[in-house]
Design a protein around this ligand. Sequence first.
Ligand SMILES: [Zn+2]
Ligand SMILES: [Zn+2]
Length: 356
Amino acid sequence: MLVLKQYQLCGRCLARQADVIDGKSAEKCFICRGLMDSLDTIVDRVVKAIKPYEFQTMLVGATLPTQVYEREDALRARLKIRGRESVKSQLTREVGLRLARKTGKKVDYRRPDVIINLTIDKEGNTAVLATARPVAFEGRYVKKARGLPQKQDRCPMCQGKGCPLCDYSGISGYDSVEGILVQQAMAKTGGQTPRISWIGSEDQNSLVLGSGRLFYIRISDPKKRRLKRLPGRDGVSARITRILDDIPDFQQRFAVKTRILVKSDRQFSIQDIRKLRSLAGSEVKFENKKTVTKKIYAVHAKRVSKDEIALTITADGGLPIKQFVGGEEYMDPNISKLLESRCQCVSFDILAVDFQ
Ligand SMILES: [Zn+2]
Ligand SMILES: [Zn+2]
């Protein structure tokens, strides 16, 4: 190990090469050029960068200039030193240890809440970047006022990726159910570029009642990972039922209970009500690239005026309600054909959405 003394090394860089050391630590280190002596400064900056985050676990990563590795490799090749810790892993390990001591949070290599990246340039300047693992929420929303569409257009500038124009929401505005949920979920978590997935869809003039429609929202880089409810506005509000890592793959079938206001160009009779009730148990077939079949499980029909019926049906999700009433497109059975009159869907409201 005497040869090791030919090199000017700092205490840490020396300790990485050999277990027994009787050297003095050098002012100007051959390998790290002082980087390992600036750990306290780096840790202080990381503490500042992670301050906005609520988290339990973290992981520190680093990118060092290639020259640092080259110098250590050259020294090790010459002195035949093998199988020792690298400069990078010592750096990230020691920063992790100090952070854990300072913050009380744990280092987790498998699934950290926050990833801290240190990028060190040739001059030894360190850039600190903290990013949180995305979080997803399962929730149900209700819509108690008519008028807002369910979905929002993508941001015309970034098409959903997130950019300064859309405040990293990825959408064109906040005047829809999606817009309200996205805006409030972003505000409450401090995250960005949310993605929403819905179970089923509704019309601009539909209400969503009962326990509400199931949806999932995923948020990137959240500062807070917990969410209980979105207070909403304009009649829309949501409660969060589960916190997840990501939006699940759902191929699950679901049934929707829908209340439809049907208007006819003639008076409704008691026979019409009977015919409508006979739809229970039947299957509706229609073309959507291929033939699709949706089952109707239950029907409740009630005359509300001479030419209007309130029809409540429970059917497989994805039954196009307006076409089912109007019968404009090939759909069998459909209400206009069944009643031999021109019927139209005045409005429809979602009363319940449930998995089967
Ligand atoms: Zn050093
Ligand atoms: Zn954008």
